[in-house]
Ligand binder design. Structure first.
Ligand code: SF4
Ligand code: SF4
Length: 397
């Protein structure tokens, strides 16, 4: 494992961090964590040198923090930098800060959080931070020894990002960034802006919710023609570790193979280590992906559960996969849409399995999406393609 500067904190973070939003789950219950498997996997990653663990209140509907608390027993807590977040949608008054933090410390079975973040700040959540004087609460908690470093994770636009960065002397920021997302949310400009203020830069969604691990055929061809052979995931990760500003890249690794491969990638990484030819290959990959990603869903699940039973991220993933594959692959992917429920009598009590046609346009999901996707509108398009057989190109113009 390679270790990198974590802003100006003095801590050296593993280049690869473990995101605990996509832990192994029980079969047929995609949000219910398989506790035994998850504990084993978390400890396996730590034994491989990962020392940065990221979780949050809502991950796995609260289960992630609880399981992480179990996993960090037996001496593992002392080996890691533990990160969790204040979930802004649930905060109503200033005192909520203490009650959430105390509950999180209890669930995580620890006396302190290494880095505590305001979760998924947008303009309106940042207004809430200011109105409720929550930064004062952060500082108070730091003085009390309950947290070590203060930061925020972010999902809005560059001007908002700069406004937040300039507001306080933050230690850490966590942004969505990958070679497809250099121009949205914080953007490359924001990343460099925060790094220039000595903030530790933590990257989430390095694979754009797994989409960069699943390349369209043009991208596969580009990678095969490169003299340097890498997997699709390795190309995406090396792009990030090449940047001197990046401290940690968080990956939600759900099995041993992913951990092994990503640890190997981290071991082979280096600042400014990619050649001009390799960077050109990545430019070509961006072009190929741009032609194929129709809906920028990262499968974060924040929009779930849908009252009508629509599995929103699954519908979007099937559409994106359909758009990026040809021939028999496309036919196969389209079949997975047919396996979803197309009327309420077929909905599964345990697993949300509705297809796009079940959306009743209640619009409840729209404000929850950090990617700003107009979910009901995109679901209508998904059903036009996958339910009614219209051509992707005629619907997603
Ligand atoms: S708008 Fe559609 S997808 Fe969104 S919550 Fe309502 S029914 Fe579900
Ligand atoms: S639609 Fe938005 S909120 Fe829902 S999973 Fe995709 S990115 Fe996340």
């Amino acid at each position: 494992m390679q270790y990198r500067q974590f802003g100006n904190t003095g801590f050296k973070a593993s280049a690869l961090g473990l995101g605990c939003m996509r832990l192994p789950t029980v079969k047929l219950l995609p949000q219910k964590i398989d506790t035994e498997k998850s504990i084993e996997l978390i400890r396996y990653s730590i034994d491989k040198g990962v020392n940065y663990l990221d979780t949050a209140w809502p991950y796995h509907f609260g289960g992630s923090e609880r399981v992480l608390g179990e996993a960090l027993k037996d001496g593992y807590r002392e080996k890691v930098h533990l990160v969790t977040k204040l979930f802004m949608p649930l905060v109503r008054k200033t005192e909520d800060f203490d009650s959430f933090l105390d509950k999180q410390l209890t669930k995580l079975q620890t006396d302190y959080i290494d880095t505590y973040l305001f979760h998924a700040l947008t303009k309106s959540y940042f207004d809430k931070v200011k109105n409720l004087k929550l930064i004062d609460k952060m500082v108070e908690a730091k003085d009390a020894g309950k947290i070590k470093y203060i930061g925020f994770s972010f999902h809005d636009t560059l001007p908002v990002f700069k406004e937040i960065v300039d507001y306080f002397n933050w230690d850490v920021v966590q942004i969505q960034y990958n070679y497809m997302d250099t121009g949205i949310q914080a953007t490359t400009e924001g990343l460099k802006y925060a790094a220039a203020k000595n903030m530790a830069i933590v990257i989430m969604e390095p694979l754009k919710g797994g989409q960069l691990a699943n390349p369209p055929k043009e991208a596969v061809k580009i990678m095969s023609q490169s003299p340097v052979k890498r997997s699709a995931v390795d190309w995406a990760l090396q792009y990030l570790w090449n940047m001197p500003e990046v401290s940690v890249v968080i990956s939600g690794m759900g099995n041993h193979k992913m951990i092994d491969e990503n640890c190997k990638s981290a071991q082979n990484s280096g600042i400014n280590s990619l050649s001009d030819n390799e960077l050109t290959t990545i430019d070509n990959l961006i072009e190929a992906f741009n032609k194929n990603i129709k809906i920028p869903c990262t499968s974060c699940q924040y929009c779930m559960n849908c009252p009508a039973g629509v599995n929103i991220p699954e519908n979007f993933a099937i559409l994106n996969n359909t758009a990026s594959k040809g021939g028999v692959f496309r036919w196969n992917i389209k079949r997975s849409y047919k396996k979803l429920a197309n009327n309420i009598s077929k909905l599964n009590d345990n697993k949300t399995n509705g297809n796009a046609s079940l959306c009743i346009s209640c619009n409840k999901c729209i404000p929850k999406c950090p990617q700003g996707i107009n979910i009901p509108e995109e679901l209508r398009k998904v059903h036009d393609v996958l339910g009614k057989g219209k051509k992707v190109e005629s619907v997603f113009i």
